[in-house]
Design a protein around this ligand. Sequence first.
Ligand SMILES: Nc1ncnc2c1ncn2[C@@H]1O[C@H](COP(=O)(O)OP(=O)(O)OP(=O)(O)O)[C@@H](O)[C@H]1O
Ligand SMILES: [Mg+2]
Length: 372
Amino acid sequence: MTVKELSFENYRNLENNSIFPSDGINVIYGDNAQGKTNMLECLWLFTGGRSFRGSKESELVRFDNDYARIRLKFESREREQEIKIMIKGGKKYAELNDVKKSYISQIVGSFCCVVFSPDHLTLIKNGPEERRKFIDAAICQIKPSYSAILSKYQKILTERNALLKDIKYHSELMDMLEIWDDRLSAQGALVSRERILYMKDFSEYCAEYYDGISKGSEKINISYRLSYGDETVTDICVLKEKLCKKLVMCQQNDIYQGYTGAGPHRDDISVMIDGKNARSFGSQGQQRSLVLSMKLAEASVLRYENGEQPVILLDDVLSELDMKRQDYLLNELSQKQVFITCCESEIMAKLKEGKKALFYINSGTVMPSPVK
Ligand SMILES: Nc1ncnc2c1ncn2[C@@H]1O[C@H](COP(=O)(O)OP(=O)(O)OP(=O)(O)O)[C@@H](O)[C@H]1O
Ligand SMILES: [Mg+2]
């Protein structure tokens, strides 16, 4: 997958423009607050996802304007393709190869990216919800139908939780719980199974990348932790049965809490460095290296599953990484199309021979710069 041209109009602080990136490493450099992250965010939107900064749609439109228009020409499956997105009235409207889509979600899977932003350090620093979201989003890019499986599970969970709260005051509703236990465990088994399968390849790639970044001096272990049994099981019937049993076992507690205590919404991904929990004991550099390894692993699984290398977006990735780690990363990326932001252009000197481009950005104006 290769970006050929990116155009933006009224997008955040970016001056209306079109850029033609290199197929290799594209360095976007400039002082703080000039629009570097805005440019990566703009590229990311073509995956069909929401802003990786968690911004609302209306915040993407330049101040005092009522719409923004962005367009991407890219090569995928040896074919030139085009996505146009219009952002207006707090909503996004998409066209893929001149065909209007009813929902932006219909473009998911057409253009694939992996993004690293310093905000993603919360993947390690925060609780399990961030890690579940990460893995769900990663699976959605490979298998867009997974998003329907997830929302159905979420709906069933909401209904079961509502019933639990009602049972507290209307014990005659107790009979209905069995029906919802059955639905929740059937749907929950589907969600957990997809995640466990995804984690198999993902954790191997991740360990490999971390090994490279840390030059083999540290070992990581990433594994899926089911909230209701053995994570090595992928048989759908076994998973369903285990979850159902756990729900029955925890019934009294669930009713007391008014909340379902087991299921994929309570699963976690454990991340350890040399046998110690990375969240509690990892240094800044280790946590950054870990998140980076997770993102590169996400890209590798995507390439393996889709047969195409996703575009890699790296926002301010090099700070806090020592020279050895930086060298490994830049070498690892040399065969991929990458967009990397930083405050200086010095990084260009570290890049090996090959395809590369430099863009200087000042007050939202993006200027291609000559590569020395
Ligand atoms: N909707 C908008 N309209 C106009 N300007 C905006 C809008 N949203 C954000 N900005 C401006 O864009 C500027 C640049 O933001 P951006 O986060 O891309 O900077 P950056 O170059 O990545 O900086 P840093 O190096 O500090 O990360 C900010 O100063 C912000 O005020
Ligand atoms: Mg930035």
